[in-house]
Design a binder for this molecule. Structure first.
Ligand code: UT7
Length: 333
């Protein structure tokens, strides 16, 4: 059987920086609260004047990843696109990527696992490569969430956290089973779907959308923050333990943990639990906020660019988010 390996990574973030002070002009919040509770200093918002969307950002991240992989667009056999903020309700963004990247008529699949989307997408790519069905797969996580947020005091617990951006990775076939994706671990618990959700547009109450009822809050994302936080710290840890146990490795064997950038406090909790040093954990939430399906993809690309991921390193990716969904990927670089 084949194995899959990441051979190129890329990312793109919008130019527009939104500081905590900028947000405090829109809602009742302040820099001290945001930094203390989340670690976030600023985030990027898609540029409306440039018509930036999840897909246009995904194109830029993909181009970088494909170029770093040393491939041409037409050598990609399949696209997997993770996003909760596609340009259209349907179709998903994968088909737009196929078109905008000028690719032949390869298959394109959208993954809807929110903050765990990139983990799920890597896992799907890994299965397709292991079975020999595809050789080169483009995996993308991209989000344009700023337009969805309730940017008033009512929505401040979410508005201060989420940001926009895109990250991508190209996976290819390898016959070296000691390298690449060693294992992936996926979970969900749908009973908590409404603890972090955007309920509309929803075909079962489609008509409301057209009534344009401003009192209908179902068009804004909702999060029960403390509840999500509690589950996140538990599930992040479980997903990492599961991956370590399956591969018979210890936490101190981890060269780099890239946690989904949900909240710096969550990353720090996980770091402490596994007794990891600052060098063993990559965080960039300070600059970008929580970019949902894009977060691990952007962080991985930045870590590679900064030389923090070296040949043979053991890299662990872990995520938790809306669904609830969570999971991990264990990689030998
Ligand atoms: O990526 C997917 C997974 N997402 C997560 O993992 C996020 C998990 N949750 C969190 O990160 C945190 O729950 C938040 C950062 C969202 C909130 O932090 P918290 O420490 O859990 O605060 P809280 O929701 O318990 O609210 C504490 C207080 C409340 O005021 P009162 O009732 O004590 O007077 C909130 O109204 O902080 C208030 N508050 C704010 N104040 C200033 C909530 N948001 C803000 C804000 N600025 N932006």
């Amino acid at each position: 059987m084949f194995n899959s390996k990441i051979i190129g990574t890329g990312h793109y973030v919008p130019k527009t920086k939104v500081s905590n002070d900028d947000l405090s002009k829109m809602m009742d919040t302040n820099d001290e609260w945001i930094q203390e509770r989340t670690g976030i200093q600023e985030r990027r918002w898609a540029d409306k004047a440039l018509d930036e969307t999840a897909t246009t950002m995904a194109v830029k991240a993909s181009e970088m990843a494909i170029q770093k992989a040393g491939l041409k667009n037409e050598e990609i056999d399949f696209i997997i696109f993770a996003t909760l903020s596609p340009d259209y309700y349907f179709p998903g963004g994968g088909v737009q990527l196929q078109h905008l990247l000028g690719m032949p008529t390869v298959g394109a699949l959208d993954v809807r696992a929110q903050c765990s989307g990139f983990i799920y997408a890597i896992s799907v790519a890994d299965q397709f490569i292991k079975t020999g069905m595809y050789k080169n797969i483009l995996v993308v996580g991209a989000e344009s969430q700023s337009g969805l947020l309730d940017k008033t005091t009512r929505g401040r617990n979410m508005a201060v956290i989420f940001g926009d951006g895109a990250g991508a990775a190209v996976l290819t076939r390898t016959e070296d089973n000691a390298k690449g994706v060693l294992s992936t671990h996926l979970h969900s618990e749908g009973q908590y779907a409404e603890e972090l959700a955007l309920l509309s547009p929803n075909p079962s109450k489609w008509v409301k959308h057209f009534e344009n009822n401003e009192e209908d809050l179902s068009y804004y994302p909702y999060m029960n923050g403390p509840f999500v936080f509690k589950h996140a710290v538990t599930r992040f840890s479980e997903a990492i333990v599961e991956g370590l146990e399956q591969n018979k490795i210890e936490s101190n064997d981890i060269d780099l943990l890239i946690p989904h950038q949900a909240n710096l406090r969550i990353s720090q909790f996980v770091q402490k639990k596994f007794r990891l040093s600052n060098d063993q954990v990559f965080n960039n939430i300070q600059k970008y906020g929580n970019t949902t399906a894009a977060s691990i993809a952007i962080a991985l690309s930045e870590a590679v660019e900064e030389g923090k991921v070296k040949e043979n390193d053991l890299v662990v990716l872990a995520a938790f988010g809306s669904g609830f969904t969570w999971g991990s990927v264990i990689l030998r670089w």
